[in-house]
Design a protein around this ligand. Structure first.
Ligand code: IPE
Ligand code: IPE
Ligand code: MG
Length: 242
């Protein structure tokens, strides 16, 4: 693939674990566990193809509404995954970040999260962002709050707040803009993922359930992306001349 056509930043809504498990007459947690393999596949695929940043939606601010047993199983899964995978990711030059309202998690999980971020902070091969207790609207709110605090402290004038200022305070503001948004599991919705960051991302929806998503599926999404013409409001003729 022409390197210029590889998205610099890919985000994925990893959906369909529950249905994948139901098809096998197994509990939903079985599907979540199976999803770990797909996570490894996309990380490997991104490293191979030279994607710079990968942002994965693992738990939304709305997912707390699920049955207690499922939420508990997901938390256990996150803990186990952090214990097991961080060293390997570090070995591959992956920098881990977690975005979302982390204070809602129990102390053990928060400690693991902080340790994983600190351990990998010097890596630059792939920026891997895991969105947990994340909501796109929460992200806008926390950026607005930071702007308001800066104004209150006299560090910023309200009239100087523009898209660039606020954009820097949004989660992932320091990373390349989001190029490709992928959602597995057949639903065509954003479900409160990266609202601000999606402004000019290319959207790709697939019926493949998350545990079945592999490097070949990622490659297909990237090929599809490479065929798109990104116009950013201009005409096709203007884009062709540029
Ligand atoms: C996505 O799979 C994983 C999380 C939301 C944590 P789901 O659990 O939503 O799977 P479906 O959509 O019910 O199949
Ligand atoms: C979105 O999936 C959240 C994650 C994949 C973490 P959901 O399964 O929660 O989304 P809805 O409820 O179908 O919109
Ligand atoms: Mg779902």
């Amino acid at each position: 693939m022409n390197a210029a056509k590889v998205p610099r930043h890919v985000a994925i809504v990893m959906d369909g674990n529950g249905r994948w498990a139901r098809l096998r007459h197994r509990p939903r947690s079985f599907g979540h566990n199976a999803g770990r393999k797909a996570v490894r596949e996309v990380i490997e695929g991104c490293l191979r193809q030279g994607v710079e940043a990968l942002t994965l939606f693992a738990f939304s601010s709305e997912n707390w509404q699920r049955p207690e047993e499922e939420v508990g199983a997901l938390m256990q899964l996150f803990l186990r995954a952090l214990d097991k995978e961080v060293e390997e990711l570090h070995g591959h030059g992956v920098r881990l970040r977690f975005i979302g309202e982390l204070a809602a998690f129990d102390e053990a999980l928060q400690r693991r999260i902080r340790a994983a971020m600190a351990r990998t902070a010097g890596n630059a091969k792939l920026q891997l962002n895991i969105a947990v207790n994340y909501g796109g609207r929460w992200d806008v709110v926390q950026a607005a709050r930071r702007a308001a605090t800066a104004v209150a402290r006299g560090e910023l004038r309200a009239e100087d707040i523009d898209e660039a200022t606020l954009g820097r305070w949004m989660c992932l503001g320091e990373l390349p803009p989001l190029d490709l948004f992928i959602r597995t599991g057949g639903e065509s919705r954003v479900s409160n993922f990266l609202l601000w960051q999606l402004a000019y991302a290319e959207l790709y929806f697939t019926d493949t359930l998350w545990p079945d998503f592999d490097q070949a599926c990622l490659a297909r999404a990237i090929e599809d992306y490479a065929r798109r013409e990104r116009r950013y409001g201009r005409t096709g003729e203007q884009v062709a001349q540029a």
